[in-house]
Design a protein around this ligand. Structure first.
Ligand code: IMP
Ligand code: MG
Length: 182
């Protein structure tokens, strides 16, 4: 399904680049206060790559020494019609056994993706697994899971930008926005 290309100017800003930057800095404070300095950050691809790259630099300012790894999980699309089945498309590079892990994702919605990721890391014998998300939609949970660190709680609207996509587009936007035609 290829959507009609909507121009950038048509996208309403929901959270500005400046607000995101301020919140990423304060999230790094929260994370640095709660977690050990020697941390493995696992970004869920593809949506988390922008948030993760800003977050690790903010964590550097707080004296943390995170290592960075990624895992690509199958996505079931924006419609909530999934069977809930999630698979590993590209696995982690490193061994997480005995390590303190922080999973980073763009958004917590149904909770299926993060539940799968957390279980995967616990099966791999991580010492601890915490979760940081830039966004969450509280009303949309299908399984009981909470993130330990949440940037912004938003209402139930489909959002794009700062790594989040609509059919692969708009990940490059420096802000979180809403596509008016959706
Ligand atoms: P969950 O398994 O439903 O919590 O799904 C989270 C995943 O769905 C995220 O990692 C995103 O890739 C995608 N997603 C959920 N809501 C949105 C949205 O509003 N815009 C773009 N992607 C979304
Ligand atoms: Mg995602």
């Amino acid at each position: 399904m290829t959507p009609t290309r909507v121009e950038k100017k048509d996208i309403q800003v929901l959270i500005s680049a400046q607000k995101i930057a301020e919140r990423v800095t304060s999230l790094a404070d929260e994370i640095a206060a709660a977690l050990p300095k020697d941390l493995v950050i696992v970004g869920l691809l593809r949506g988390s790559f922008v948030f993760a790259s800003d977050l690790i630099r903010a964590l550097h300012e707080k004296d943390l020494r995170p290592q960075m790894d990624f895992v690509t999980l199958s996505s079931y699309g924006a419609r909530a019609t999934s069977s809930g089945e999630i698979r590993v498309i590209r696995d982690l590079t490193d061994d997480v056994e005995g390590r303190d892990v922080l999973i980073v994702d763009d958004i917590l919605e149904s909770g299926l993706t993060l539940t799968f990721a957390r279980n995967l890391l616990m099966e791999r014998k991580a010492k601890s697994v915490k979760i940081a998300v830039l966004l969450e939609k509280p009303g949309k949970r299908r399984v009981k899971i909470d993130a330990d660190f949440v940037g912004f709680s938003i209402e139930d609207k489909f959002v794009v930008g700062y790594g989040l996509d609509y059919a692969g587009y708009y990940r490059e936007l420096p802000f979180i926005g809403v596509v008016p035609t959706l």
